[in-house]
Design a protein around this ligand. Structure first.
Ligand SMILES: [Zn+2]
Length: 155
């Protein structure tokens, strides 16, 4: 949460924390579609996934990649939550990811709380992988406005 002192504090999160649900534009109707792994406990990029459109019922399947080779878990579809800025698009994979980014970016002083787990990767967290322009203090107001403009449709 962003506090009154302008600080935002978020727990360190890894991409796997959000890859279990990817919200995209439906390729059939342009509506709200979600891509879920067939096995909820396997969110690796190589996992089998199914897209289901909330608006028109279209489905699309992606089988597991042979040999576990990673491919685009978005199945080539357009992420629905995109914050367009002059520097590029900031993409959120789902509502929780969007909220997480907004909370982090809202602070004038931003704190990512490190995991107490010494085995946790330090350079692969959501925050560490944000592009530099998105984290730049001088871009804060522009980036935050763009994130706030992204329509929040709850699936
Ligand atoms: Zn559809």
């Amino acid at each position: 949460m962003a506090g009154g002192d302008g600080r935002s504090v978020v727990p360190a999160r890894l991409p796997d924390d959000f890859l279990g649900r990817l919200v995209v534009d439906c390729p059939a109707c342009g509506g709200y579609a979600a891509i879920l792994p067939r096995d909820p406990s396997d969110v690796q990029a190589s996992a089998a996934r199914r897209m289901v459109c909330r608006d028109c019922g279209a489905t699309r399947d992606k089988p597991q990649t042979p040999n576990g080779a990673p491919i685009d878990p978005f199945m080539g579809l357009a992420p629905r939550f995109r914050a367009a800025t002059r520097h590029g698009d900031l993409v959120a994979w789902n509502e929780a990811h969007l909220d997480y980014l907004e909370t982090y970016l809202s602070g004038r002083i931003r704190v990512e709380q490190r995991s107490a787990d010494p085995a946790a990767p330090r350079n692969q967290t959501i925050v560490s992988r944000l592009p530099a322009w998105a984290k730049s203090a001088k871009n804060r107001d522009e980036i935050l406005r763009a994130v706030e403009r992204v329509p929040r449709e709850r699936g």
